[in-house]
Design a binder for this molecule. Structure first.
Ligand code: GTP
Ligand code: MG
Length: 448
């Protein structure tokens, strides 16, 4: 029996003790499951309360059973849900019993969703949106996941793909008439439509990566010399003692991270080891990691002690080592600053100023660095690098198609359009050429 014919099961709720736990079962034998526990199966589309018994006939639980008959079910197959009491003993007994039944096996990660996709219940973007919905930590992530599920990207991409299929079909049909002249309006119409589509796709690509930032979150590193106050800053923003603060230089060794919700975007702030020359192997490794973090982060805050005479030299040295998207925080201004600050530097005293005021100023600074000015946070339709690469590939193929002379090389343009269809299809998980073929054939004259 092939793996896709197995009946799969898994606990849908988190492991451990809980009021209720849900076990989902999907596949050919799903509706035979109640019988395995000495219970009747409810009618498709309804719930029933059932007593479950173990294989020795001893009572196991009183549970709600929900039956769904495929294809009108969540996965498109027969589905049974057992809403049992969330007792570790009950759940492990049910799972064990199922695992011993022939033709049943534990579902692999994402396999229920994979079956939804296989049975056309969702497209690839729908599957991704479902994962985003479950992973959402902030309102903005949740909104984005729902907009995705509602077709925010798959809607336009399907529409564009259909359009390119139609255009490609017309062009391919005309290849057969190569010996005759291509009517001029066909050429200009094709060109105009391709150019208009390129503009729309380019507009979506020019989104400053906001959709990805909302989905994945953003990483900000605190980088600076020892004792500058990096850990003090982290604790202030976290509102708790997340990292150890001391007047001993070289206190922080490993990277300490906190998560904050900045206007709906999850931000990971990393405190790092203070940068200095050191003979200590462990500290040196910490510094290497700090610099690497500062280079790879989406943004960095360079924290220095303004009362140190060489703070500006330190800033200049560190600037070249971290991401270009960085700002300078000059700390310890209560001790007096050596020299003047540049207009874009922020002077603070983490020790003496009110926590609330500084946290607010730091978060404002991060807002500036992370969110491009006037960017509508819900305008981006791209949420993954995968979408971006495929849209970029589609755009390049369409631009290439537009560059061909349709009189001299219609085949080349048609091939580029095919590539664009493929790239757009990759986004929504449709890569077949059937659509292209049917469009081509439907545009043939009867009898040809
Ligand atoms: N006077 C003064 N002292 C401060 C200020 N901010 C932090 N400190 C003190 O400076 C010392 C070092 O602070 P940390 O936050 O541990 O510095 P760090 O940059 O994390 O240091 P390392 O982990 O060693 O790299 C501590 O004793 C803090 O209390 C400030 O604004 N003014
Ligand atoms: Mg520290």
């Amino acid at each position: 029996m092939s793996r896709s014919e197995d009946t799969i099961f898994a606990q849908a709720t988190p492991p451990g003790r809980s009021a209720i736990a849900v076990i989902r079962i999907s596949g050919q034998q799903a509706l035979a499951v109640p019988a395995l526990f000495g219970a009747d199966c409810p009618q498709a589309g309804s719930f029933s309360l059932a007593r479950l018994f173990d294989r020795h006939g001893k009572p196991l639980d009183e549970a709600l059973l929900l039956a769904m008959k495929g294809p009108r079910s969540s996965t498109g197959e027969d589905v049974l849900e057992i809403h049992a009491h969330g007792s570790v003993a009950v759940i492990s007994s049910i799972l064990h019993h199922l695992s011993e039944a022939p033709g049943f096996r534990v579902a692999e990660p994402g396999e229920f969703t994979q079956r939804m996709f296989a049975h056309d219940k969702i497209d690839l973007i729908g599957a991704e949106a479902l994962a985003d919905l479950i992973d959402a930590e902030t309102d903005l992530q949740l909104n984005q996941a729902w907009r995705h599920k509602g077709g925010m990207l798959s809607g336009p991409v399907s529409e564009w793909r259909d359009l390119v299929i139609t255009l490609g079909g017309r062009l391919e049909a005309l290849i057969d008439f190569a010996d005759e002249d291509l009517p001029p309006d066909v050429e200009s119409d094709l060109r105009e439509r391709v150019t208009a589509l390129c503009t729309r796709i380019q507009h979506c690509l020019d989104d400053d990566g906001m959709g990805e930032a909302i989905r994945e979150g953003v990483t900000v590193s605190l980088i600076g010399p020892v004792n500058a106050g990096k850990s003090s800053l982290l604790n202030m923003v976290a509102g708790r003692d997340a990292a150890i603060v001391s007047d001993e230089a070289g206190t922080t060794r490993d990277i300490v991270s906190i998560r904050v919700n900045l206007d709906g975007v999850p931000i990971t702030i990393q405190d790092t080891a203070g940068v200095r020359e050191t003979p200590n192997v462990i500290e040196a490794e910490g510094i290497r990691r700090a610099v690497e973090a500062g280079r790879n982060a989406d943004a960095a805050l360079l924290v220095v002690d303004g009362s140190e005479p060489d703070w500006r030299m330190t800033v200049n040295r560190l600037r070249s080592e971290v991401t270009e998207n960085h700002r300078v925080i000059v700390n310890k201004i209560d001790r007096g600053v050596v020299g003047d600050l540049d207009p874009d530097m922020v002077g603070v005293s983490l020790l003496t100023a009110g926590d609330h005021k500084i946290s607010g100023a730091i978060l404002n600074l991060l807002r500036d660095m992370v969110f491009p000015a006037n960017r509508d946070m819900s305008a981006s339709i791209i949420t993954r690098a995968r979408h971006r690469h495929a849209l970029q590939a589609a755009l390049e193929a369409l631009e290439a198609a537009g560059r061909h002379d349709l009189h001299l090389a219609p085949e080349m343009a048609a091939e580029d359009l095919r590539q664009a269809v493929d790239a757009l299809g990759r986004i929504i998980g449709r890569v077949d050429v059937e659509d292209l073929l049917s469009s081509i054939f439907s545009s043939f004259c009867i009898g040809k």
